[in-house]
Design a protein around this ligand. Structure first.
Ligand SMILES: [Zn+2]
Length: 445
């Protein structure tokens, strides 16, 4: 079964941080995306391509932007219920809100309700892939994967490993966390489009023995990911240093257990030394930049320019980090990322921002062979954006020459920037997962 989508196709063929915006963004103003069995079969100009597919069943989104699905590289589904909780820094925030909420995930029905709600919210925000923290309870991962599997989504998740410095009901033991993670990997990693991430919460809640068990899982199952937190706040770093006096810095806590690999994603990385950044770069590890969370908790300003420094660039994706993040919208997240950069005299253009949500995000989680742009053979997860979705966006973007839309790449880059500043879930007109229309504001599915 072959199908098509007509609209303005926007994707990236390279890295705008290296090549510049114009040399990396690819725009087909009146484009056609051809899909077969969940994969991209072809892309190009509508009038040229349609000749080869005369009977193609095509949905017409002329005037809308069609982009690869967004990738959220750090988010906690188990914290969706406490988003927007008032007034604490990281460590107090965990104790006051997070641990109480995560304790509820012992109840499988509560976990399922949260998983369904979370996945539906992600889709409505155009996010088709995410790297997700569950809770310490294996059943919280089970139900999350079951629901993601039903929706045929490319999702990465894992059971939290934590054996100290948290309420008793949330603790596992090092060997228990190993056994439980191992069974989940055997059951779920590679099933459908699902992938597993070994997920020690962070050094404060994990003993050396537990981190060693995490390292053992990475060795025994080479395709799985490592997903944890790193250098989010200064208090966290101080406490980590006290707990691991044999380590010269925070990253060494993870290095000693061989957790710093090319499949490792570290959330935050705000307060890292040059040496730590260099070692992350050499290991081909990634950082998830979570601007709404960093601002909300007052954790600090992520230095994107320094982290991407061409002498020792570290791969970067964008994370919402809900529940400390204040929304699942990747537009809202880019909006804050732009301001975090601006406060440090750096500029995050729309091309760079949307690159990080798509191809850059895919690279940061080693899925750029499967996801991230419209290359032939890639998985057909994509979003359709309405650049005039709200009255304000319509007033700004619907200029007289807009009916028919075609006013150049500069116009598109400019409108993408307005979406990055002011967009929300109303901009997401439709979402396709594995080539199927999974969500639509106006059309019946
Ligand atoms: Zn987090």
């Amino acid at each position: 079964m072959i199908s098509g989508v007509r609209g303005t196709l926007i994707d990236f063929t390279g890295d705008p941080f290296v090549l510049g915006d114009e040399n990396s963004i690819r725009v087909e103003q009146d484009g056609l995306l051809v899909i077969e069995e969940g994969k991209i079969l072809n892309r190009g100009n509508y009038n040229q391509l349609i000749k080869h597919y005369p009977h193609l069943e095509t949905i017409d989104y002329s005037g809308y932007y069609v982009m690869p699905g967004f990738i959220d590289t750090h988010v906690h589904y188990s914290q969706i219920g406490i988003i927007g909780s008032y007034g604490k820094h990281l460590l107090e925030w965990l104790e006051t809100y997070v641990y109480n909420e995560e304790a509820k995930f012992k109840d499988i029905e509560y976990s399922r309700r949260a998983a369904i709600f979370f996945l539906e919210e992600l889709i409505q925000n155009g996010t088709t892939t995410a790297l997700v923290f569950a809770s310490v309870h294996p059943q919280s991962v089970e139900v999350f994967f079951e629901e993601a599997y039903k929706r045929n989504m490319r999702m990465i998740a894992g059971k939290v490993m934590m054996s100290r410095n948290a309420p008793k009901e949330l603790l596992d033991t090092p060997s228990m966390s190993y056994e439980e993670s191992k069974s989940l990997i055997e059951k779920w990693h590679g099933k459908g489009r699902l992938l597993y991430a070994v997920t020690p919460r962070f050094g404060i809640t994990c003993s050396r023995e537990q981190l060693d068990y995490a390292g053992r899982l990475l060795k025994e199952f080479p395709g799985v990911y490592l997903h944890t937190h790193l250098a989010e706040t200064k208090d966290e770093i101080r406490l980590t240093n006290q707990l691991f006096p044999d380590c010269a810095d925070y990253l060494e806590v993870y290095e000693k257990s061989e957790l710093v690999t090319n499949r490792s994603v570290f959330a935050h990385g705000i307060h890292l030394s040059d040496s730590e950044l260099k070692r992350l770069s050499n290991a081909h590890s990634s950082i998830a930049f979570c601007p709404t969370s960093n601002l909300f908790l007052g954790s600090g300003l992520f230095n994107l320019g320094k982290v991407l420094d061409s002498k020792h660039p570290v791969k970067v994706g964008i994370g919402t980090d809900v529940g400390a993040g204040t929304g699942l919208s990747m537009f809202g997240t880019l909006n804050e990322a732009y301001k975090v950069a601006a406060l440090q005299d750096q500029k995050l253009s729309s091309a760079k921002g949307f690159y990080l949500l798509t191809l850059g995000g895919a690279k940061s989680i080693s899925l750029d062979n499967q996801l991230g742009n419209f290359e032939k053979g890639k998985e057909a997860d994509f979003v359709v954006l309405n650049p005039c979705a709200t009255p304000l966006l319509n007033f700004r973007n619907n200029s007289n020459n807009r009916n028919g839309i075609f006013d150049g790449i500069d116009g598109i880059i400019d409108r993408l920037f307005s979406l990055m500043c002011m967009g929300d879930d109303r901009v997401i007109e439709s979402v396709f997962i594995s080539g199927n229309l999974s969500y639509s504001q106006k059309r019946s599915i």
